[in-house]
Ligand binder design. Structure first.
Ligand SMILES: *Cc1c(COP(=O)(O)O)cnc(C)c1O
Length: 406
């Protein structure tokens, strides 16, 4: 048995299919976002980042930074344990109270990441509901899929945001069988918006629980920035709202907000919540500061939205093909994995614009794209420059034969 050969051939397969992942090494610089340094050997190159999930630049917000620095000075770096064994700092308890209030729920609980929040909550929820059927949107995030798989629950995948299909699937089951519908408010790769109103209505009709991933919407939408459910006045209609502290809030961690009883059940049974070190108090403090800041400040959201409109205008003028959705996510379609990688390289090497190519399995084969997330701190000059670079890169890769190897 040659173990190395097995791994090598797995890697070679990815390379042949143009979906081997190359990580660019970046050094973020306070005060410079969305610019950063791209590290190549001993050289640092100035680049403009267009694919950051630090959507509003909050990780360099002075108030958030000083709250983290001060918390480290007063409370140290680590939490010292799991929630159960000495890691239950008052900073994390306060953060959970803030999150509950933010989503107008009775309670919230914090996890190490949004991924863990989804995986741990969904797998536990489904395991606790004996004989449950889970209805999952086909475009749900990998962390949701993993949580469902882990539970071994009976699952029905409904066509993306297709209420008719969901309704047809759900009506087959007896009324007294437990049901959970899992979906997202903003889908990360197409940037389109889940029909919260329609889905929660179906849930009411068939007495199903609803679980909504608002990861890409928290901090970004609604008068207080708590997401699409808030924007639509539907926070009460969703049973469990899940979010991240790692994207618009510019820190790290994940959470759910729900009723006391659901949070207590998850807290008491979810392995991914119980058997892991709690997040550091300084991180909890910084996240809390960021949330409270974005609850009051609309400035970042407004500038962000203006820049999205501006970028789309520039792209349209140059006939660059993108998915025109209602969110802050602008997917520029390439529809070929190797060309997508090639365009991304040209943008970085020749123009110092950084957009990571998105290939299978993150998106379906043939829908490879550059996922652009304009922020409040991009300038019109940057947008114009990016558009020029994109046009050049599309042109330059036009005649190359990118046919997939057989
Ligand atoms: C990023 C993401 C997550 C995971 O959140 P992290 O805090 O990064 O672990 C969950 N759901 C969706 C839709 C995401 O895009």
């Amino acid at each position: 048995m040659n173990y190395s050969d097995i791994f090598k051939s797995s890697i070679n397969k990815l390379k042949l299919e143009g979906r081997y992942r190359y990580f660019n090494e970046i050094e973020r610089v306070v005060g410079k976002h969305p610019k950063a340094s791209w590290i190549l050997g001993s050289k640092k190159n100035d680049i403009t980042v267009w694919c950051s999930n630090d959507y509003l630049g909050m990780s360099q917000n002075k108030i958030v930074m000083s709250s983290m620095i001060n918390a480290v000075k007063s409370m140290g770096t680590g939490s010292g344990g799991t929630r159960n064994i000495s890691g239950n700092s008052n900073a994390i308890v306060n953060l959970e109270n803030e999150l509950a209030d933010f989503h107008k729920k009775q309670k919230a609980i914090v996890f190490s990441s949004g991924y863990v929040a989804n995986e741990a909550t969904i797998s536990t929820l489904l395991s606790l509901l004996k004989d449950v059927v889970v209805f999952s949107d086909e475009k749900n995030h990998a962390s949701i899929i993993t949580g469902i798989k882990k539970s071994n629950a009976l699952k029905e995948i409904f066509k993306h945001n297709d209420l008719k299909h969901l309704n047809n699937l759900i009506k087959k089951y007896p009324e007294n069988r437990p049901k959970v519908i899992v979906f997202e408010s903003i889908y990360s790769m197409d940037g389109d918006i889940g029909d919260i109103y329609g889905i929660t209505n179906i849930a009411k009709k068939y007495n199903a629980l609803t679980y909504l991933d608002e990861v890409h919407a928290v901090g970004m939408y609604g008068a207080n920035g708590s997401g699409i459910a808030e924007k639509l006045g539907l926070q009460n209609s969703v049973d469990i709202i899940q979010g991240t502290l790692g994207k618009a809030f510019g820190t790290m961690g994940g959470y759910i907000a729900s009723s006391n009883i659901i949070c207590d059940a998850i807290r008491s049974y979810a392995s991914g919540y119980i058997f892991t070190t709690a997040i550091p108090p300084a991180l909890a403090k910084a996240a809390n500061t960021s949330i409270r800041y974005l609850k009051k400040s609309n400035k970042e959201r407004i500038l962000q939205q203006q820049n999205t409109i501006l970028l789309k205008k520039y792209l349209k003028n140059e006939n660059i093909n993108f998915i025109d959705n209602e969110s802050h996510i602008v997917p520029i379609m390439v529809n070929d994995p190797i060309r997508c990688l090639e365009i991304s390289k040209i943008l970085l090497n020749e123009f110092r614009h950084y957009i990571q190519p998105i290939n299978f399995p993150t998106v379906p084969i043939g829908t490879e794209r550059l996922r652009v997330t304009p922020g409040p701190l991009h300038t019109e000059e940057m947008i114009a420059d990016l558009t020029f670079a994109l046009k050049y890169a599309f042109k330059k890769t036009e005649k190359v034969n990118f046919k997939k190897p057989a």
